[in-house]
Design a protein around this ligand. Structure first.
Ligand SMILES: Nc1ncnc2c1ncn2[C@@H]1O[C@H](COP(=O)(O)OP(=O)(O)OP(=O)(O)O)[C@@H](O)[C@H]1O
Ligand SMILES: [Mg+2]
Length: 222
């Protein structure tokens, strides 16, 4: 499903070029899960941004479902992000002026949504129940705790029933019990729907539960 070959990513600042990822190689089978670990600054968010077609590789290649991301036109990349990908950001990126329910419905606005609005609302409601926000539908993000915002963002990432979920420390802001519930949900979806899951975490017990661990602090270069 996901194949990363000799992937390098550098950032150019005014004074220097920093190579954050150097010749990474790994793959994630369709329908399986992989944890990405590594110290702060090792490039975990950068890697996820590349996998989500939000950031170009400096060299090397990434293919998802047989499509080479670097060969995709912007239009195809947008379609991929809207229809096939669920991205859970390290910072939740909820829209402050919208309610919890409306935030979950925002992916609909990007177009090409085949389902009726009523049907999407029903699923949004069910997803919010599932992440424990069923009684908060009409609240605004500013009225939620950090963990509740994160759970709202998880529900938003799942509304398009993505084939691939990229989750950047989705349990980082949560207490261990709530974090476990979110991890359970993501792993259930991966098993029930054959979703491919790449999850960044600092939580070693969660990484071990996922089973496959890719350690950016200790990356083999071949
Ligand atoms: N746009 C950018 N321009 C320059 N440097 C960047 C940029 N984005 C990230 N970096 C640098 O790349 C390195 C990796 O950043 P990244 O956010 O991927 O780390 P991380 O592993 O996700 O860390 P954390 O665990 O703290 O979230 C950092 O040293 C960061 O300063
Ligand atoms: Mg990060």
């Amino acid at each position: 499903m996901i194949k990363v070959r000799e992937l390098s990513v550098s950032f150019e600042t005014s004074s220097e070029v920093i190579e954050v990822l150097h010749k990474l190689n790994f793959s994630v089978e369709e329908g399986s899960a992989c944890a990405v670990v590594g110290p702060s600054g090792s490039g975990k968010t950068t890697l996820l941004n590349v996998l989500g077609a939000l950031l170009p590789a400096s060299s090397g290649s990434v293919t998802i479902g047989g499509k080479d991301l670097s060969q995709m036109k912007e239009q195809d990349a947008t379609r991929f992000r809207n229809q096939e990908l669920g991205f859970i950001f390290q910072q939740h990126h909820l829209l402050p002026q919208l309610t919890v329910l409306e935030n979950v419905l925002t992916p609909r606005l990007a177009g090409n949504w085949s389902e009726s609005e009523q049907e999407t609302r029903k699923r949004a409601h069910a997803l919010l129940e599932r992440v424990g926000l069923g009684n908060r539908l009409n609240h605004r993000p500013s009225e939620l705790s950090g963990g509740e915002k994160q759970r709202n963002a998880v529900a938003r990432a799942l509304i398009n029933q993505p084939r691939v979920i990229l989750a950047d420390e989705p349990t980082g802001a949560l207490d261990s019990q709530t974090g476990e519930k979110i991890a359970d949900l993501l792993l259930e979806l991966q098993k029930e729907h054959g979703t491919t899951l790449v999850l960044v975490t600092h939580d070693l017990s969660l990484a071990q539960r996922i089973g496959r661990i890719y350690d950016l602090g200790n990356t083999p270069t071949s």
